[in-house]
Write a protein that binds this ligand. Structure first.
Ligand SMILES: [Zn+2]
Length: 86
């Protein structure tokens, strides 16, 4: 048993858009993640982290990389269609 029944579904990565400058690709995202991972040590003590699973993630803030806190960032639903005239 691996306790997989406690594994929350990891939400698909959100897409964002800064309505101040139109930026779609550069954001500073502050998030809290709860993860489970396989820590594999060598006999010498060197660590490699493998099979990391995100059990829970809370996005605390998203700031436009260019506008900073002054930017107005919105979460996009679904596919991004830049300049589609929607
Ligand atoms: Zn911006």
């Amino acid at each position: 048993m691996r306790g997989a029944d406690t594994l929350a579904l990891v939400p698909a990565a959100a897409r964002y858009r800064c309505t101040s400058c139109g930026n779609l690709t550069r954001f500073d995202v502050t998030a809290t993640r709860r993860t489970r991972a396989y820590h594999h040590y060598t006999v010498g003590g060197a660590l490699s982290v493998e099979d990391e699973q995100v059990l829970d993630e809370v996005v605390e803030s998203v700031e436009c990389r260019w506008c900073g806190a002054a930017g107005q960032v919105e979460v996009l639903d679904g596919a991004v269609e830049p300049d589609a005239g929607a």
